[in-house]
Write a new protein. Structure first.
Length: 182
């Protein structure tokens, strides 16, 4: 710092101009950092959402997209760490810790649940009257899906049955929407 003080001009107007330029550069770098942080947060949320969808029919596509997003996130973290170390040479260890976060990737598979696991059935009934014409509904089928639920260190399977009904008058099919999955 003392070597930089010898280079500074004596003129107050030049000093004010240098301060203004440094403040503008600082604001620009802060905006860039905020944009990178927001992008990183968005990618993390998207990865978490895709990991929740990984047990569906197209899980291979989702796993590939997760891997691509994690690679992009890793690149952003490395770039952010490099720009941080370029501006302040004090954080040399930060880049080493961020590069090891996503090294050990293994594709996850759908867990197998034994038949002895307790099951709880929940039926989502669309009602008894047609929402269009008001006619009586009759049961024509159901969609059943299983979802794992951990309750106080106890694993159980929630079986969600969405009853399908059709109107006796207008033949409209009615079914409750599927609940969101955690």
């Amino acid at each position: 710092m003392s070597s930089n003080a010898a280079i500074l001009p004596e003129d107050p107007a030049l000093l004010k101009a240098m301060i203004a330029a440094l403040q503008a550069e600082n604001a620009r770098m802060s905006a860039t950092i905020r944009a990178h942080d927001q992008l990183i947060q968005t990618l993390r949320l998207r990865i978490a959402k895709l990991k929740k969808q990984a047990f569906g029919k197209s899980s291979e596509k989702v796993e590939r997209e997760i891997e691509q997003l994690e690679l992009a996130l890793e690149d952003l973290l490395i770039a952010a760490a490099e720009s941080e170390t370029a501006s302040t040479d004090e954080d040399a260890d930060a880049t080493a810790s961020t590069s090891n976060d996503t090294d050990a990737h293994k594709p996850r598979r759908r867990p197998r649940v034994s038949d002895t696991t307790p099951r709880e059935r929940r039926e989502l009934d669309p009602g008894t009257c047609c929402p269009d014409c008001g006619g009586d509904l009759r049961l024509v089928g159901e969609d059943v899906s299983d979802m794992l639920d951990l309750v106080a260190a106890q694993l159980r399977v929630l079986q969600i049955a969405r009853l399908k009904k059709s109107c006796r008058r207008c033949e409209k099919m009615v079914q409750e929407p599927a609940p969101s999955r955690p």
